[in-house]
Design a protein around this ligand. Sequence first.
Ligand code: SF4
Length: 420
Amino acid sequence: MNRTQKVITENFNTYKVEQIDKYIENGGFQGLKNALEKGKDFIIDELNISGLRGRGGAAYPTGKKWNGGRQTHADVKYVLCNADEGEPATFKDRELLVKDPYKVLEGLAISGYTFGAKEGFIYIREEYEFLHDKIRKAIKLAEENGYLGKNILGTGFDFSIKVFSGAGAYVCGEGSALIESMEGKAGRPRMKPPRIGVAGYMGKPTQSNNVETLAIVATVLKMGAVNYAKYGTEKSIGTKMISLCGNVKKPGTYEIPFGMSLREIIYDIGGGIVGDKDIKFLQLGGVSGPLMPKKYIDTKYTYEDLEAEGFGIGSGAILVADETKSVIKFLESVSYFFFHESCGKCTPCREGKRQMKKLLDKMSKGTATTKDLKNIEKISRIMTDASFCGLGQTAATAMLTAIKYFSPELCSSIDEIKAL
Ligand code: SF4
């Protein structure tokens, strides 16, 4: 049974960006109206009841984050929508911005009101350049209709939004690197503390949220948290946008309730595997996620069930690899990606990836030794433990899980073992 939902995605394919009136007819901006009418305590209560956890990957409780943020005092504060969706195999934020841009703007305005900011930014990855004009048009129409700009809905709340473009660096998905990029500097992560919530853009408190998180905020404030909490499980409340890709028959973005099994997602929603082949492994949460062997496909897609098995939801990507795929070739592509994206600031990440790439080349050519395999594991652990930011800390996750679950295949590439 296909259990996809239309909660966050309720407005998909119902309007074009020029048709703000249709968004309003669909109940659009009702979340913002409720927020402005009932106040900040109400917003925080609703977010807590909704159980919303940030959808950018960190999964921190949004109500808790926003409650802390609104208590930060400063003359100027900013809010930010992080649309630097650079995690390979992840494309659900793009879908939200393409198919329901007003909902994201509405969520950002609610975050601005709660945080005490008069200005917000949408930082869109360079590769989504086609979205810039569309989002600017949506901002302009929202201003003309009184939902952005001065004295929103006659409440005295002023809030404007500017669009920023990324420059193609994966590391700018990390909040402080993104802020550096917005300030015109090289996109490299900052030393913390202070976190950007305390000293972000231009040294001012800046609260950042993912596109999907903001769309859910607008949805929850419109439909009521109790209604939203009817979806999902007791601990993983609500629905989730997933990017299903790889060797499935029907790749795409889907909204599902938490609690479906991975098998249901792949077969009932994704239509099964191309050519009706068997599954070899999955990678959840993008290229920085672990490799999951097929034996786990009956695991429920919830934070708690996946974490119990050593996996995670991350960015919401579910990449499926069929039985014909080579783990070594896959690791090579992962390694190449991180090698290319390392910002070069710290040694464990910069040099670790260089060494890992060399060793994987040897494995791929069948010239690696058992010492090489031991070294690759050692380098992976050093990168994970000693890298400065999340990029380096997760760059070896696929490798470490491949060693754990696919060591016979890795060893089969080693000369000395083949000769035994
Ligand atoms: S871990 Fe990698 S991306 Fe992060 S600061 Fe170090 S070199 Fe740059």
